[in-house]
Design a protein around this ligand. Sequence first.
Ligand code: ZN
Ligand code: ZN
Length: 266
Amino acid sequence: MSLEITHLGSGSRGNATLLQTEESKVLIDCGFSGRQMERRLARIGVDPSTVDAILISHHHSDHAQGADIFSRRHGAKLLANFTTCANLGFDPVNRCRIFEALERVQVTADLSVLPVPVPHDGADNVGFIVHSGSSERAAVVTDLGEPTDELIHHLRGCAHISIESNYDAKRLALGPYPPSLKSRISGRGGHLSNQQTAELLAEILTSQTKSVVLCHLSSKNNAPHLAESETLFRVENWDGDLRISTQEGPEFSHWLGQTEAEILTR
Ligand SMILES: [Zn+2]
Ligand SMILES: [Zn+2]
C-alpha cells in the first residue's frame, strides 16, 4: 500500500492537493478553475477523468472554486461537511456526500480520511488525516487561526504533514493591509503565522514524521525563506524532508509506504 501526495499549487489564489494510491486518485480541495486544474494535472501525467473524488475543506473560493465544474466535467464525486456543502449551494442529497467531523470517511476502496475541525473565519473548515491501508498516515491542513488540542493530537505521529505557514508577523504588521484585515488574518479565525506553525511543529515532530510541506504562504505577507527559516530555527533534532509549496505547482511529490528503490523505479 502506498500513498503519493502532490501539491498542485497552494496559496491565496488557489489550493489543490492530489492523493494517489494504487487504486485511486483523490483531490483535497479544487481551488483553481477547471481548466487550470486540468493543466496542472496534465503536467504530472494525470488524466482528470481518473480522479475519483474531491474532498472540500471549506467553501472559500481558493479551495472550492473549481470543484463544481471539475466534478461535472470529469465525474469526480464531491465530499464536504454540511455547512460547506450549503455554503457552496450543492444539493446535500444528490450532489455532494456529507461527512461528519471526526468520523472516518471511506472515500475510495483504498483511501479513507478523518476530517478534523479547525477554527477559521466564518467557515466550517476541516483538516484531513489520510489513511491508505498502511499504518502510516498523512495530514493536510490549511486555513486555521490557531492549532487546537484535537488537531495536535491527530497530527502527532503522521508520516507526512502538509500545513499552512501563512504569514510573517512583522511583514503583516508593516504591510499594506487595512488594520481590520490584519487583525482578521492574525486572529483566531484567520491563518497560522510562521511562528505559530514552527512552534506547533516543534511540539509534535519526531522521527515518525518523515516529511513536512509548508503551504498556503501569503504572497504579500510572507516569503519562502522566512517560513522555512522560522521552522528550522524552532525545530530541533529532526532530519526529515522540509519543503515549501508555492502558488505555481505541481513541483514535487512525497510517498508513504514505499522504499526509495520502489519510488525510483516508478
Ligand atoms: Zn479559507
Ligand atoms: Zn485558503
